[in-house]
Design a protein around this ligand. Structure first.
Ligand code: COA
Length: 137
């Protein structure tokens, strides 16, 4: 597990399509994200990535994915990422997840995330998104 800065944009771009084959983010997209204030990356060498963005005492999970599911990689990334955010003064974490993404919803539920909102037809394919929230402060 390692904190990953802008130099890791190519690594994120290589891993992201393996977790999100239908909406891959490319290297320039990650470079743009890393250039924004408050953006932090985390890489698990087993094949996983996490990108967060902090604004004052709130943070958002921008993306998380693994290339080898069900080995605890996302759990390790979230543990590390949330600890890092807490250490930097974050009190509340938000994320969006597709309503039908059962694996991700189960993962977030285990961390204590609860539903804060519903965005109907949020995704290009018409799927609904749930906004989830977790207090860590
Ligand atoms: C969601 C995702 C990140 C989970 O990563 P992971 O490394 O497989 O998760 P973990 O191994 O840490 O699993 C932790 C818990 O989450 C739940 N979970 C994970 N995958 C699951 C699945 N396919 N079905 C049901 N529950 C699941 C389980 O409770 C699991 O604990 P357990 O294995 O002890 O039962 C992974 O499936 C992924 O990359 N999906 C594609 C990208 C994506 O949808 N990202 C989230 C967008 S919001």
């Amino acid at each position: 597990m390692a904190l990953a800065g802008p130099a890791f944009a190519p690594v994120f771009a290589a891993l992201h399509p393996r977790a999100f084959p239908h909406e891959p983010w490319d290297e320039p997209s990650f470079a743009t994200l890393f250039a924004q204030p408050g953006v932090r990356g985390f890489i698990d060498e087993r094949g996983g990535f996490l990108l967060t963005r902090q604004v004052l005492d709130e943070a958002e999970i921008l993306t998380i994915g693994v290339t080898a599911p069900r080995q605890g990689i996302a759990t390790a990334l979230l543990r590390e990422g949330l600890a890092e955010l807490r250490a930097h003064g974050v009190a509340t974490v938000f994320l969006e997840v597709a309503a039908d993404n059962a694996p991700a919803r189960a993962l977030y539920a285990r961390f204590g995330f609860t539903q804060a909102g519903l965005r109907r037809r949020y995704y290009a394919n018409g799927d609904d998104a749930l906004t989830l929230r977790l207090e860590i402060g």
